[in-house]
Design a protein around this ligand. Structure first.
Ligand code: PHE
Length: 453
């Protein structure tokens, strides 16, 4: 343990875990995925997924990481030498690269919006049409989006190499409550906009005709994504954790905050969608089309806008730092690279992988309308390395914890040094049965629907 560095305090660990979880997943992805999947029913399924699959898998990742003190690849090997587990470990590392690559594209957009907000671009906009036109021109600017993408990738690398990661996390301890208050104020403005009622109804009133296997997969994928699960991020963080910490309560707090912020973000965005005549199925650009309109309709909107984008960039950075850590810990532990080289290598590769994703919103016709796939490259790669890879990863994390290592051993790890774990029995059942079986059923259904058409 001592050679791998450690968290300075219990609070430090919860902070880092929450920093990893809270980011674009809640603020940008949750609203648009909810919009694309029919609203309230999706939200309900998402909540159930967080509680009965997400939280148990987070506890599993924490105990795996702390027990093995290894990176996301090494932790599987430590429990079982079989070839299957090498593939699973490999999938975690690849997910780290790829998710980092496309996530940084969106974080880059936020920098662009911060700049636009500072120079007052949004002051004269009314309604979503003008903002939509602005967004298209912005996202279609090939050079600009790539530069912003580059800034986030290498900004993250800089933070990690210079060792100012802890500084950023301490900073976010003060700033995240401000973001929270800001989100609440935005939600209040949004739900009181004329025309917000339809959006509220869409968000809160279940329409069961929207229920489908694909939607359930999206809800589960969103649960894993927003809780940073399924690729060993949380396990890697926990590999630096001391035995004194209570894993189960830490996981419960992190899940609670993440879900809370997601739900509030829904109240900010979806009522504004109907108020501004935007489309629920707008996709990844949803918050970018709607937010400027909300700021425009608020007293002091200029400052809210500028402040909001700054805070979201910081929230995104504490997430990108945690994604980068997954492949970096692998190269440092398994390949004995220096940290610096590992960070630079991962950053470079992720920048290259992410480049077509950055061009997929109009900058390049080819990547925007991928021939034969019927979708753009960004949607394609963020579904594959997002919903799908994380669900597969979480499935195996549940299996390795519940069956290979064994739920009983995991409970032993969780209750080390006198920690109590009142729900040990429930957790064991969820991690051995409910999580893997549910994930498998959802996959089988989606695949069957694809085949049947
Ligand atoms: N949970 C992060 C967010 O919501 C994204 C993330 C996914 C981070 C996977 C690490 C691993 O912004």
């Amino acid at each position: 343990m001592s050679t791998r560095g450690a968290w300075s305090s219990k609070f430090g660990f919860i902070l880092a875990g929450a920093g990893s979880a809270i980011g674009l997943g809640a603020i940008w992805r949750f609203p648009y995925i909810t919009g694309a999947n029919g609203g309230a029913v999706f939200v309900l399924v998402f909540l159930v997924c967080c509680l009965v699959i997400g939280l148990p898998v987070m506890i599993a990742e924490f105990s795996l990481g702390r027990h093995t003190e290894k990176n996301a690849f090494g932790m599987f090997r430590a429990l079982h030498g079989g070839r299957l587990w090498k593939w699973v470990g490999g999938l975690c590392i690849v997910s780290g690269f790829v998710i980092f690559s496309w996530y940084s594209v969106i974080a880059g957009w936020i920098i662009g919006y911060l700049y636009a907000a500072i120079i007052g671009t949004f002051d004269f906009f009314q309604g979503s049409t003008a903002v939509g036109a602005f967004f298209s021109a912005f996202a279609g600017d090939a050079l600009l989006v790539s530069l912003l993408h580059f800034a986030i990738i290498f900004g993250t690398a800089f933070v990690v190499i210079r060792g100012i990661k802890d500084g950023i996390e301490t900073l976010s301890k003060w700033l995240m409550p401000v973001l929270f208050v800001l989100l609440i104020l935005l939600a209040v403005r949004s739900v009181t906009l004329p025309g917000a009622g339809a959006g509220l109804e869409f968000y809160l009133k279940p329409d069961w005709s929207k229920f489908s296997g694909k939607m359930v997969l999206a809800a589960m994928g969103q649960a894993f994504f927003s809780l940073s699960l399924g690729m060993g991020t949380m396990a890697t963080y926990a590999s630096y954790l001391s035995k004194r910490e209570n894993i189960a309560t830490s996981a419960a707090w992190i899940t609670f905050f993440e879900v809370l912020i997601s739900l509030i973000a829904g109240f900010v965005i979806l009522p504004a969608v109907s108020a501004m005549g935007a489309s629920y199925t707008e996709g990844p650009s949803l918050i970018f089309v709607v937010l400027p309109g909300i700021f425009g309709a608020m007293p002091g909107g200029y400052f809210f806008g500028v402040g909001f984008f700054i805070l979201v960039i910081i929230a995104a950075l504490t997430s990108t730092v945690s994604m980068l850590e997954v492949p970096v810990a692998y190269f440092v532990d398994e390949k004995r690279w220096t940290r610096r080289n590992a960070v630079l290598f991962v950053a470079l590769v992720s920048f290259l992988i992410g480049t077509p994703a950055a061009q997929a919103h109009g900058a390049s016709e080819f990547w925007t309308h991928l021939p034969g796939l019927g979708t753009d490259f960004f949607t394609f790669i963020s579904t594959l390395f997002g919903d799908i890879s994380l669900s597969v990863g979480a499935f195996f994390i549940a299996l390795v914890t519940g069956w290979v290592w064994g739920a009983r051993n995991a409970v032993g790890e969780i209750t080390a040094e006198g920690n109590t774990f009142g729900l040990a029995g429930t957790w064991s059942f969820l991690i051995r049965w409910v999580a893997p079986v549910t994930i498998a059923i959802i996959f089988v259904n989606v695949i069957r629907a694809l085949i049947v058409g």
